[in-house]
Write a protein that binds this ligand. Structure first.
Ligand SMILES: *Cc1c(COP(=O)(O)O)cnc(C)c1O
Ligand code: SF4
Length: 449
């Protein structure tokens, strides 16, 4: 019924084979090569043929979303790799230089590696994270790559082999034991990479035992994915697409809510017919599709795009969920938008859509203490301040308590903000430090946001 399309990946080794590349200047291809030696890069034939507007490349936002850009590296870093390439350096030399540069790009933001790994009977559960009370993240080991890579992705270290194994698990039994021991957990979120890179058979090896365990607290299964946009054939003509949809239907028939946490960064991703068909097929299984994206300079830092993004999502039956701020890692200088500007963009867009689009929440930073939403700028007793609140907190009691930072038009992340009204610290900071003292052997003073 749906045509079978053969998946073809494009990486650093073969991107020059992309037919549309022929029309682009050599200098641009050299830039891709330079930056692609440091940051991960992968595109595929759907992205190349259906998403990118090649007439508008290299400024096309979907080109920027997948292809490395010169300015994603600091000039000195760019010059170092470019120099090595021009001098015909060998692989070992290039690798060593790339690795040195990567270590300067804050590869493990928000204490991801050290702070959130749960344990059971004293054993750490690698491949899981448990930061917010209700939701456990599970990283299936075969789901740690994607159909293409987003150039902004905060998980870039795992795609270049810096964090691979720590984050992956095959042990669904341990997950089930953990859920049994932690009845406060209602949601399991499969994440990656993109778990839907897995064959249906592999995915079922995680989902089926979870269903069979019949845990009364497990109400929702979520799957984080970009495959709707990067490879919609996963739900259409791929060999095991029908099985995948049957698996989704089985989850919803069990009385559990299945949510695809979909990434869409630009409204044009919702245009291609296969994407629309995939959305319709998923919805027909009873699964919900919620959508999230960071706000990214060069890609979507324009309220008109967000209006279109949310409207198209609601038209197609997707539920707008989060607008994030670009994380403090990798090429963040290239993508980041100041908090104040982010709030303006959010507000301008939010004001111009119907309530059905206003299920979205943001702009939000996934920072060490929690997900922090920028509520806006106001003036209190003569002081211009930024109002903030936790959407999620390491301590659930922090959630939805308004707090205030000194106005700062340039700040792009929580750790650049100072408490307002002459307060020495934000209300949560003592407790956060206490948490670090109890949970960290190594000292990470830079994390004391
Ligand atoms: C965002 C996030 C979740 C899910 O939070 P919800 O607000 O329930 O969507 C869970 N764990 C971590 C670490 C997260 O960053
Ligand atoms: S699909 Fe998600 S995990 Fe994969 S590169 Fe993009 S943002 Fe990162």
């Amino acid at each position: 019924m749906y045509p079978k399309i053969k998946y073809r990946a494009y990486t650093l080794n073969n991107f020059r084979d992309i037919p549309q590349m022929a029309a682009l200047p050599e200098a641009l291809k050299f830039d891709i090569e330079v930056v692609g030696h440091v940051l991960p890069f992968k595109a595929n034939n759907f992205v190349v043929d259906h998403l990118i507007d090649w007439e508008a490349a290299p400024d096309d936002p979907l080109f920027v979303l997948t292809f490395p850009q010169r300015d994603m590296l600091q000039p000195a870093h760019y010059a170092e790799i470019a120099g090595l390439l021009r001098a015909g350096a060998d692989n070992a030399e290039l690798k060593a230089a790339a690795q040195r540069i990567r270590l300067q790009l804050n590869p493990h933001p928000a204490g991801q590696v050290s702070h959130n790994i749960p344990s059971l009977e004293g054993e750490p559960l690698d491949g899981m994270q448990h930061k917010y009370r209700e939701t456990v993240l599970f990283f299936p080991s075969q789901g740690q790559t994607c159909h293409a890579y987003c150039s902004f992705c905060f998980r870039w270290p795992q795609f270049v082999g810096m964090a691979e194994l720590k984050f992956a698990s095959r042990e669904v039994d341990r997950l089930i034991d953990y859920l049994r021991a932690n009845p406060q957990v209602s949601d399991v979120l499969f994440t990656g990479g993109d778990p839907l890179i897995m064959s249906t058979r592999n995915l079922a090896q995680y989902i089926e035992p979870l269903l069979a365990a019949d845990l009364p607290n497990l109400r929702r299964i979520r799957i984080g994915t970009k495959s709707l946009s990067f490879w919609p054939h996963r739900f259409l003509g791929d060999d095991d697409a029908d099985d995948l949809l049957a698996l989704f239907a089985k989850v919803t028939a069990s009385g559990r809510h299945l949510a695809l946490m979909a990434h869409f960064n630009h409204p044009r991703e919702l245009q291609p017919e296969p994407v629309r068909q995939a959305i319709a097929r998923i919805r027909a299984t009873g699964a919900a599709i919620r959508s999230q994206s960071p706000l990214l300079r060069h890609i979507n830092d324009d309220p008109a795009l967000w209006i279109e993004l949310w409207n198209r999502q609601v038209d197609l039956g997707c539920i707008p969920y989060y607008m994030f701020l670009a994380r403090d890692t990798g090429a963040r200088d290239y993508f980041s938008v100041p908090l104040v500007r982010a709030w303006e963009i959010y507000r301008e867009a939010y004001q111009r859509v119907s309530g059905l689009c206003r299920t979205v929440r943001g702009p939000s930073m996934s920072a060490n203490p929690g997900k922090v939403q920028v509520l806006g700028v106001c003036e209190i007793m003569g002081e211009k301040v930024l109002q903030l609140r936790f959407i999620q907190g390491r301590n659930p009691d922090w959630v939805h308590r308004p707090f205030f930072a000194r106005y700062d038009a340039q700040a792009t992340w929580l750790n650049e903000l100072q408490p307002a009204f002459g307060e020495p610290r934000f209300f949560y900071q003592d407790e956060l430090e206490q948490f670090y003292r109890e949970n960290l052997a190594a000292d990470h003073p830079e994390d004391y946001e």
